[in-house]
Write a protein that binds this ligand. Sequence first.
Ligand code: PEP
Ligand code: MN
Length: 358
Amino acid sequence: MFESIIDSNRLFLVAGPCSAESQEQLDETCQALMATGRVDLLRCGVWKPRTRPGGFEGCGEEALKWIAELKRLHGNWRFAIEVVTPRHVELALQYGIDALWIGARTTGNPFLVSELAQALQSNPVPVMVKNPLNADATLWAGAIERLLQAGVCDIAAIHRGFSISSPIQTELRNDPVWRIPIELRSMLPAIPLLCDPSHLTGCSDKIAECSQTALNLDFNGLMVECHIHPEKALTDAQQQLTPEGLSQVLKSLRHRPHTAAAPLELTILRERLNLVDNDLLKLIAQRLDISREIAIVKDANNLTTYQPSQWNSKLQNLLLEAKNIGLKEQFAKDIFDRLHLESIRVQEEQRSEGALGS
Ligand code: PEP
Ligand code: MN
């Protein structure tokens, strides 16, 4: 199911309600979605992992019966559901579910992922793996590798954003940290990457913008939550689109085929970037050479390697300068904090080499 989408220029689309609530709700939503002619795979939650107890936790096996019935009635409908335990996998296979996904709360648990992989070993179906709640590309890749090792080869990854830990208010439900899916792609280049703008943004108005960002970053598809009456949804009401809303979003998106050839202008600009990057590397090496000399002087004068007040006042000047030339302060701070840490590391290295030599 997912193998061919990495090289295709088509957007792979998974859509459907957050939860299967009744056979009618599921049927009406899926009919309208399939009528768009754009949906490859229908989604619905059957067992809902909820943050707090007491909410709607899904209809379980009952919902699997509705799906089996709808698949019987509409021969070409394919469904994906979330599985959390090996028992879920067993039931999903029993009811002929076409694909599964592993949710964000499960991906971060290697034992659970191994159990799911084992449950799939004798009868692998396509699996989508959402990112774990914390921004850790290795943990995400690890879950995919566990499935691959068990012989589950038809896999896609889904980026749904990360739990927000910073107290800084953000308008999104989850933090996109776009560098993490980019890192995953470089670790596992053959695994197609989908974006779930619904859970990422938590807001139906922001889905178009988030989806466009994903397409600009070379994602291969989307998983979007849609409900025939979003306002009545039992879960995630604020983020679900109507099927009509989904069509509008799809119309607004600019899909950029990855086979498009780079124009000469872009090649020239990239060359210019390369020259600047090489200069940056040389400057960083020069900076570290000076740090080593500083370490020798500090050692001779019995001074500590880290001098907080000196660093803080220097950093303030640098940040002012950064602002004056139009750089974001936080960006400049991140870079200089990192350079400073490396400077401390080489100074310590220099001091211990000096001590060994004396
Ligand atoms: C879902 O897709 O319905 C879901 C619960 O997502 P996540 O695991 O990303 O929170
Ligand atoms: Mn949901």
